[in-house]
Design a protein around this ligand. Structure first.
Ligand code: DOR
Ligand code: ZN
Length: 359
């Protein structure tokens, strides 16, 4: 008998769906369908793709497009910008899941390295909406100084090193309002894999050492890590195989099976799996899905990850060829069955913005 577990309201708080000017890479319809196939109830989209979600017009355009196309529930991050867009925050914070600040180099042009501007951003962003940060190494300490001052809930995205885990362990011990996300690629791949994967193994933060990866698993074991987030960042295969490959890998459809494989291998418990993929993100973003929003996953079904079986428009995976367990059998959202293991059962526009209306 196959063993099936029920996960209430899976949330991925860190995805890059593309769409609009980058819809040749991926679009809101294709990637929200990939989210359902990956077991997700809700996903939160990052602001770093053109037009960057850093003003009212760009936000309105994304809200409209997502409202029209999404098949799962969703949220949108507003992006902090070098040009200082803090004056807009009061008008938009209610319509978004949070604010994203890019504090280290990555895809897009939203990098903010000036601590004075970061301070102004923290001063302007209204709690209780979350601030999510891309921060690596020393920058984690720089951001923690602002959290200490302003006490705004801050989610540290894709933490990837032992040193960063240690900084955040101390921050949590000090009672700071912080949460920690790690990605499946940092949990299951190391820099050694770049030898085989080439550009398909290149993302920001980069893949790290085995010792760093061990620290992430230790962080899961002792509760420092709150969320496993995919950082789903599709680019076309042609772009990844070009002379200047962009950073980023898709992950929406491989995160749950990889974590089910970790469950089978005794690296996490079923409770940890549910916390890392659903309950902790619900708490951080103050969401309470009804009992009729859940995913059923067969944790005994074994298969190889293959690009032909993925729905993401980019059509590849850094995990291709890995043997995993965990097949999504059913996804239900607000009492409607939206995925049956093979087919998306709802029309474009079924998905709802979980973060209300604009002021
Ligand atoms: O590898 C990455 N790709 N890291 C990021 O932070 C952004 C993302 C993207 O948008 O391509
Ligand atoms: Zn990202």
């Amino acid at each position: 008998m196959a063993r099936t577990i029920k996960i209430p309201g899976m949330v991925d708080p860190h995805v890059h769906l593309r769409g609009m000017e980058w819809d040749y890479k991926a679009d809101f319809a294709s990637e929200t369908a990939a989210a359902l196939a990956g077991g997700y109830w809700a996903i939160f989209d990052m602001p770093n793709t053109p037009p960057t979600t850093t003003d009212q017009t760009a936000l309105d355009r994304k809200l409209t497009a997502m409202g029209r196309d999404a098949v799962c529930d969703w949220g949108i991050y507003f992006g902090a910008s070098q040009a200082d867009n803090t004056a807009v925050y009061a008008a938009i914070f209610n319509a978004v899941c949070g604010l994203k600040i890019y504090n280290n180099q990555t895809t897009g042009d939203l990098l903010i390295e000036d601590q004075v501007l970061r301070d102004r951003i923290y001063a302007a962003w209204p709690p209780p909406r979350v601030i999510a940060v891309h921060a690596e190494g020393q920058t984690v300490a720089d951001i923690l100084a602002l959290v200490r001052e302003y006490r705004t809930w801050t989610h540290f995205c894709h933490i990837s090193t032992a040193e960063e885990i240690d900084l955040l362990r101390t921050a949590k011990a000090d009672g700071l309002p912080v949460s920690v996300g790690v990605t499946p690629h940092h949990l299951f791949l190391t820099k050694m894999d770049v030898n085989c994967l080439g550009a398909l193994g290149r993302m920001k933060p980069e893949l790290k050492t085995q010792a760093d990866q061990d620290a992430l698993w230790a962080g899961i074991a002792d509760g420092i890590v709150d969320v496993v987030e995919s950082d789903h960042a599709p680019h076309t295969l042609a772009e990844k195989e070009s002379d200047k490959p962009p950073f980023g890998v898709p992950g929406l459809e491989t995160t749950l099976p990889l974590m089910c494989t970790a469950l089978r291998d005794g690296r996490i418990t079923e409770t940890q799996l549910v916390d890392l993929l659903a309950l902790n993100a619900q708490k951080i973003f103050k969401l309470t899905p009804g009992a009729d929003t859940y995913t059923l996953v067969d944790i005994d079904a074994a298969y190889d990850i293959k690009r032909d079986n993925l729905r993401t428009k980019c059509g590849w995976s850094p995990f291709e060829g890995m043997r995993v367990v965990g097949a999504v059998r059913e996804v239900w959202i607000r009492g409607t069955q939206v995925f049956d293991g093979e087919n998306v059962l709802v029309a474009s526009g079924f998905g709802q913005n979980l973060f209300g209306e604009q002021a």
